[in-house]
Design a protein around this ligand. Structure first.
Ligand code: PNS
Length: 172
């Protein structure tokens, strides 16, 4: 039987935030959530509200899909946030930010954000988790493009998301 970190380390009071656009959540995101949920005592998946990009799904729709996907993890909740991520972390008592890294190309931008967040709030630490290699090429942007062009994305997004994408983009 696999032990949760909290069973090894005593009670785990670490609150972590996994922020993102999640437009929509992919299997790669889900994989990172599963890994982070084993490390943190409590994990908050936080959707950014006021994004400049034009999203396909509203924040409420994204929260609905995320909530369905994280239902299997008892220590994970879904929320939305505005403003600075580090301020949101402070408001939730979180000292850990989780970000997923796929390839080295993700690293530069992520490093910049992590160091800026550290400069803003030195008591908030960022950790990078690697999703399974089978998801290393998956992104929300590509998934939407593939669906629009009639390609098969089975397994690359949770089933609930596949259905929503098809109905939104193909009207079926
Ligand atoms: O999934 P994404 O779009 O790559 O997530 C980006 C996100 C939400 C993590 C980032 O844009 C963010 O933290 N925005 C909140 C505003 C903020 O704190 N900006 C300064 C970051 S250094």
């Amino acid at each position: 039987m696999r032990l949760h970190w909290s069973q090894v380390n005593g009670s785990n009071s670490t609150i972590a935030v996994y922020p993102g656009s999640f437009d929509p959540i992919t299997s790669g995101h889900r994989d990172v959530i599963a890994r982070a949920a084993k490390i943190a005592g409590r994990l908050i998946v936080a959707v950014l509200r006021n994004e400049r990009k034009q999203p396909l799904f509203s924040v409420e729709e994204r929260i609905e899909m995320l909530s369905e996907v994280v239902r299997e993890f008892p220590n994970v909740e879904v929320d939305a946030f505005d403003g600075l991520l580090v301020d949101y972390c402070q408001s939730r008592g979180a000292h850990l930010i989780v970000r997923g890294i796929r390839a080295i190309s993700d690293y530069e931008g992520e490093l910049q954000m992590a160091l800026m967040n550290r400069r803003l709030r030195p008591d908030v630490e960022t950790v990078f988790l690697m999703a399974g290699e089978q998801y290393s090429f998956v992104s929300s942007r590509l998934i939407k493009e593939i669906i629009r062009l009639g390609g098969d994305i089975r397994g690359l997004v949770p089933p609930v998301v596949e259905a929503r994408l098809k109905s939104r983009l193909l009207g079926g």
